[in-house]
Design a protein around this ligand. Structure first.
Ligand SMILES: NC(=O)c1ccc[n+]([C@@H]2O[C@H](COP(=O)([O-])OP(=O)(O)OC[C@H]3O[C@@H](n4cnc5c(N)ncnc54)[C@H](OP(=O)(O)O)[C@@H]3O)[C@@H](O)[C@H]2O)c1
Length: 164
């Protein structure tokens, strides 16, 4: 499993239940990496998507404790055991963890690579993830040139789990 997230300078990822910024090139990057794959998200992230529907061209798994949860294009999973069971049919590189903070913080250490769109600004977030730079198990293996959109500069960075 890999993870994909956009995080600001303080590792903020969301505000008022939504994203921090409108970054079209980042959205394209997200689509290119996740289309045709399985994506895993928490119920609150699903609620933030347009129309409260799963993402098109992807198999959408939504974690929720609500046994009655239903949403278009989504497969509900109700526990970690149920999630790992559902994901066992995929190759690890075909599964993407896409948020939100609760899932990132619980599961990032199980990911092989962390695709972080690192925003060079404090966007006044209310939802944060761990600082991956402080995790000795991961190292940066690539970083793009800066991209500036809507007055915000960011880079596409990839962290890889270190070999044992
Ligand atoms: N910047 C980015 O790349 C990015 C990406 C994704 C999301 N976000 C942002 O992150 C924020 C949402 O993050 P969040 O942490 O508040 O919510 P979240 O992780 O999206 O969803 C939390 C919900 O997931 C369910 N859940 C989590 N762990 C579970 C488990 N072990 N078993 C069963 N259900 C479980 C629960 O749903 P129930 O309450 O239904 O039980 C929980 O309330 C939003 O602002 C969103 O825009 C940012």
């Amino acid at each position: 499993m890999n993870l994909i997230v956009a995080a600001d300078s303080k590792w903020g990822i969301g505000k008022n239940g939504g994203l921090l910024a409108d970054l079209p090139t980042d959205m394209k990057y997200f689509r290119e990496h996740t289309e045709g794959k399985a994506v895993v998200m928490g119920r609150k992230t699903l609620e933030s998507l347009p129309g409260r529907k799963g993402l098109p061209k992807r198999v959408n798994y939504v974690l929720t404790t609500n046994p009655d949860f239903k949403a278009e294009r989504c497969i509900a999973v109700h526990s970690e055991d149920e999630l790992w069971d559902a994901l066992s049919r995929y190759e690890p590189d075909d599964v993407w963890l896409i948020g939100g903070a609760s899932l990132f913080n619980w599961f990032y250490s199980m990911c092989e690579r962390l695709y972080v769109t690192k925003i060079d600004a404090d966007l006044d977030a209310d939802t944060f993830i761990e600082n991956f730079d402080e995790d000795p198990d991961f190292e940066i293996i690539s970083e793009s040139e800066p991209v500036t959109e809507n007055g915000i500069t960011y880079r596409f960075r990839v962290y890889q789990r270190k070999a044992d």
